[in-house]
Design a protein around this ligand. Structure first.
Ligand code: TXA
Ligand code: MG
Length: 363
């Protein structure tokens, strides 16, 4: 299949381009598009065949359900059988925006999109391109992140093309996304709201408006074989670079010293080594490991800053593209610092720990 790449204005999307993309969705095809979180891979949420195409394009297990994206509140009753008061509070605060709610589903929602569950995940994105596309398509749009299953989510159209070229009909290139991590998922289908996936809207923010919020175990720790995570996606390896990654956690200077030591050992063992560092620590590694632009290759150590240690927004924004960068330079192992500061630390560490397969070294 020929994948058409179409650039689009991210503030004021050109109506003719949106219409072309919407026609693809209406006719059962797939279009990748930017949202405020990550790029999504969209198809009609009411068409089981479109869902099957999405699973096939991503290589995703079909028991891992998709999120239905809507453009307006009036589209919700068709999908959600019940809209509890908790959901209304959250929707008023955070829709449109980076929040997904899980409801009991109506009969209109095919089991193909819910992975066989009786619930459906719904999100109303705020990105102008996403909103215009869903509006023009005239149907809710099922959209997982537009990466191949298991790889880091795409934050730029180039990332989508890396994984999806030849597999989908169209990519709308609206440049880099803002947030860089997927939406916060809250299950409101049970008696108590439950946080299934942390995101830009943090647990602390939710706790301010919900007294009885519970946190699904699977949202933070490794998922044991005896656990049944509420969000089926939690049990799969995720967001992962190709190299084996280890997170080193502890006091700043001890971590830096330990990462230097581990990187030198890895290089001695003939492994090309990546270090995921911060703006603050990159110069420290450069000096300690005597890295110059020439020696970075010869020495087999490659540094990548995820952003400032004191600015969790910047780390969230850069994390996935940093992991993809390490793939592109084909490192064998990655040592990463732990990011323990700021509002998004929960969401960042959730993704980073999964990417590392929970390989964490406490120092
Ligand atoms: O920010 C986002 O949410 C992005 C953009 C494109 O909107 N989408 C996204 O979709 O991250 P995806 O498919 O990569 O992740 C969806 C997550 C999965 O972990 C899935 O298991 C969970 O949502 N999920 C979907 N439907 C569910 C349901 N009915 N009950 C529980 N979890 C559900
Ligand atoms: Mg995903």
């Amino acid at each position: 299949m020929d994948t058409r790449l179409i650039t689009i204005d991210k503030e004021e999307p050109e109506p003719d381009r949106i219409e072309e993309a919407a026609a693809v969705i209406r006719s059962g095809g797939l279009v990748a598009f930017p949202t405020e979180t990550v790029y999504g891979l969209g198809g009609s949420a009411l068409d089981p065949e479109a869902s099957r195409k999405i699973y096939a394009a991503k290589g995703r297990p079909s028991d891992n359900p998709l999120i239905a994206h809507i453009a307006g509140f009036d589209a919700l009753p068709e999908l959600a059988a019940e809209i509890p008061e908790t959901a209304r509070i959250l929707m008023r605060l955070y829709w449109p925006g980076p929040m997904t709610l899980v409801f009991k589903k109506t009969d209109a929602v095919p089991y193909e999109i819910t992975g066989g569950l009786d619930t459906v995940a719904v999100r109303m994105p705020s990105h102008p391109v996403a909103r215009a596309l869903i509006q023009a398509a005239g149907v809710p749009v099922a959209a997982p992140s537009a990466n191949a299953s298991g790889r880091p989510s795409p934050t730029r159209a180039e990332h989508v093309a890396e994984d999806m070229d030849g597999r989908i009909d169209m990519i709308l290139d609206g440049g880099e996304v803002g947030i860089g991590l997927e939406s916060t998922i809250i299950d409101v289908s049970g008696s108590q709201p439950s946080l299934l996936r942390p995101g830009f809207i943090s647990e602390e923010m939710l706790a301010q408006v919900l007294e009885n919020l519970t946190v699904d175990d699977a949202s933070m720790g490794p998922v044991g074989s005896d656990m049944h995570p509420k969000a089926p996606g939690m049990k799969y390896r995720h967001y992962a670079p190709r190299a084996q990654m280890t997170i080193v956690r502890g006091g700043t200077q001890v971590v830096e010293a330990q990462i230097c030591h581990l990187a030198q050992e890895a290089v001695r063992a003939g492994k090309k080594t990546g270090i995921l560092c911060t703006e603050e620590s990159c110069p420290v590694y450069k000096e300690a490991l005597h890295l110059t632009p020439e020696r970075q290759d010869g020495g087999g150590i490659i540094l990548k800053s995820a952003g400032s240690r004191h600015d969790s927004l910047s780390v969230a924004h850069n994390l996935y593209s940093a992991l993809r960068f390490f793939d592109s330079v084909q490192v064998d192992v990655i040592y990463s610092e732990s990011f323990e500061e700021g509002r998004l630390k929960g969401a960042i560490m959730n993704r980073l720990q999964k990417a590392a397969g929970y390989r964490i070294l406490e120092v």
